[in-house]
Design a protein around this ligand. Structure first.
Ligand code: NAP
Length: 248
């Protein structure tokens, strides 16, 4: 129970990787505050699952793009749970299109959810962590932000931005004993890649040395390590978890 009585805030945990992270960290005794955009039923399911594990949990229907709403979510969490310890920036979307066909809205939605969303949550929480002189931030990036993927200029730019944000913030808050790292998954079995055409998925599988997609729990276990004291000397780094896809 390494995270007993710690408060973890996770964006976008109703489904997929965020949900797996919430369950994994609650398994270590953490109390969980998470947001989501639309899926109230999945959010309520996750609340039940975490309650059974014996931890406190509260979901908030808050658009990560809206700074004021995110600030209120964080203020409410502090009031409810008494403290903040770990921030996981996970909420993200794709709007894949060739740049020649991409509309300004496709660009704006992805940048404001993935990159500005990461700013919004971290900005709303960072002063509390600085005052207590402890804390951990983990940002969910993507191999797309390192290697680039066609039809993902918007998404790749948002994720490369998150990696730069991670490095800059890690240097800025190290004097407060706050660590900041990123995880860069490859193709992980969630709804996000559910919309990919079978042909394209098979093409991708051929390029993955481990010959399978990743599981959300495999990303969650990497996050569990990064938030633990075992990673006490690790900051400003990006950890790829992609079955070897981006080996060069
Ligand atoms: P997912 O299954 O589509 O789940 C996305 C989560 O984000 C949901 O909980 C969703 O809430 C929430 N969300 C989306 N927009 C939001 C908004 N504006 N405000 C608040 N919450 C919002 O995605 P995933 O595959 O788990 O991806 C999680 C993270 O991993 C993302 O940052 C993604 O870019 C990254 N990633 C994923 C993969 C992959 O292959 N799956 C690879 C690399 C990186 P609702 O349920 O209410 O919609």
């Amino acid at each position: 129970m390494a995270l007993k009585n710690k408060t973890v805030v996770i964006s976008g945990a109703s489904r997929g990787i965020g949900r797996a992270i919430a369950v994994e960290l609650a398994g270590e005794g953490a109390n969980i505050s998470f947001n989501y955009l639309k899926n109230s039923r999945e959010a309520a399911d996750l609340e039940r699952e975490i309650t059974v594990l014996g931890c406190k949990v509260k979901s908030f229907q808050v658009d990560i793009k809206e700074y004021d709403a995110v600030k209120t979510w964080i203020d409410d969490t502090r009031e409810l749970f008494g403290r903040l310890d770990i921030i996981i920036n996970n909420a993200g979307i794709v709007r894949d299109k060739a740049l020649a066909l991409m509309e300004p809205l496709d660009w704006q939605e992805v940048i404001s959810t993935n990159l500005e969303g990461t700013f919004n949550l971290t900005r709303a929480a960072i002063v509390a962590l600085m005052k207590q002189k402890s804390g951990v931030v983990v940002n969910i990036a993507s191999v797309s932000g390192i290697a680039g993927m066609p039809r993902q200029t918007n998404y790749a730019a948002s994720k490369a931005g998150i990696i730069g944000f991670t490095k800059a913030l890690a240097k800025e808050v190290a004097p407060y004993d706050i660590r900041v790292n990123a995880v860069a998954p490859g193709f992980i079995e969630t709804d996000m890649i559910g919309s990919l055409k079978e042909d394209y998925k098979n093409q991708i599988l051929k390029q993955i040395p481990l010959k399978r997609l990743g599981r959300p729990q495999e990303v969650a276990r990497m996050v569990k390590f990064l938030v633990s004291d075992d990673a006490g000397y690790v900051t400003g780094q990006t950890f790829v978890i992609d079955g070897g896809l981006s080996i060069i």
